[in-house]
Ligand binder design. Structure first.
Ligand code: CA
Length: 376
């Protein structure tokens, strides 16, 4: 039938049809022209009601809507936000459990710094979520060792994605641990030196300073203020910078590290008592859990020091971010694992996978390499 159809046309038409058939696959597929807004930023008013704010920094437009005024149906499209997973009455209680045992599989990333596409690809390629960003990791635990904020321009997308995965994981018997990094606490402290330019535009369009969009009166801000700095899973301690020898001498119980930091440096509801001042200075400074880099920079730090720290913590490994490498790396015979694999540049990044005691680096091509192979 096809040949009859061709015969009734001129040579030129025939050639055109032939080319169209041969090269159709080279034409661009239908491009998704949906414009996604930045947001939503959900803010609590004096009456406890939420208002949703959003902006399009490129088109320089913005909007707002009361949550109870049908916001869930009338919001513009966002890349990752799902309104059905927002409960305005959430209490955002701080998670008290810091030690988790008997976890069969783990996925770990850190220092995403606004690179949504990189982390999305890694999580899909390595079975943490599907193409629609739904949790597929079963009873596994997924740890983000801090620093979703700053540098890149898709922080909001990542936060809502993680917020959703956290809820889905719980339903599946798994867990998502989003641990605070120094860039989360900087935003909470209104230090916005490292935010992407897009967010300066969002702030000015909404006429709300960026730090207030994550302040104590915002939904995501309350969520941030409920997150831990550190957890232990099986025999591994996870913390953004690391636990220094001085820190371990001072405080080594993980729940105490979380409590002290939250009570005095985030909530600050008790004021700071004089006897705590030195300890808090240490916690907030270069040897504190969110800023420490000594495992990689302190030449005087030896195996024995690492053993001392681990003994204090009652763990056999530490998994940290904050200090960037070109890939996930192991130090001190695997007692320190560095997972900041430079996602911040937008073109690279890895996920650490731990399954049945095997440590594997998962890369953006979907390949898996043994972390402890020779030379590492
Ligand atoms: Ca950091």
């Amino acid at each position: 039938m096809f040949s009859v159809y061709i015969k009734s046309r001129s040579i030129l038409q025939k050639l055109f049809i032939l080319f169209a058939v041969l090269f159709a696959h080279l034409l661009p597929a239908q491009v998704d022209t949906t414009i996604f807004s930045d947001g939503p930023y959900l803010m609590y008013g004096d009456n406890g009601q939420l208002t949703a704010y959003w902006a399009d920094p490129e088109a320089r437009t913005s909007g707002q809507l009361g949550w109870n005024d049908g916001a869930t149906e009338r919001l513009p499209p966002f890349r990752t936000f799902r309104p059905e997973l927002v409960n305005p009455d959430t209490s955002f209680q701080r998670q008290k459990q810091v030690i988790f045992t008997g976890v069969d599989k783990l996925a770990v990333v850190s220092d995403i710094h606004g690179q949504y596409e990189v982390v999305r690809k890694l999580l899909i390629s390595h079975g943490v979520m599907d193409n629609n960003r739904h949790w597929t990791f079963g009873q596994g635990h997924f740890v983000i060792v801090g620093d979703i904020f700053d540098r890149g321009g898709q922080v909001t997308e990542i936060l809502w994605m993680i917020h959703q995965l956290q809820q889905e994981a719980l339903l599946a018997g798994g867990r998502v641990h989003f641990l605070l990094g120094n860039h989360e606490t900087m935003i909470m402290d209104a230090d916005i030196r490292y935010i992407n330019r897009r967010y300066l535009t969002t702030g000015s369009l909404l006429q709300i300073p960026y730090q207030e969009l994550y302040g104590p009166d915002s939904y995501l801000g309350r969520w941030l203020r409920s997150l831990p700095l550190t957890v232990q899973i099986n025999d591994m301690v996870f913390v953004h910078g690391g636990i220094s020898l001085n820190m371990a001498r001072e405080v080594y119980e993980l729940d105490k590290i979380n409590d002290l930091y939250h009570q005095h440096l985030i909530d600050n509801i008790y004021g700071t008592v004089a006897s705590e001042t030195e300890r808090l200075k240490l916690m907030k400074g270069r040897e504190g859990p969110l800023w420490y880099r000594g495992y990689f920079t302190d030449r005087d730090l030896g195996d024995k020091d690492i053993d001392k720290i681990l003994k204090k913590l009652g763990a056999s490994r530490m998994v940290v971010g904050h200090t960037s490498f070109e890939a996930i790396r192991s130090f001190f015979d695997g007692k320190v694992i560095a997972v900041d694999s430079s996602m911040k540049f937008g073109a690279m990044g890895e996920v650490l996978l731990v399954e049945d005691g095997h440590f594997v680096r998962g890369n953006l091509q979907g390949e898996r390499v043994d972390l402890f192979e020779a030379g590492r």
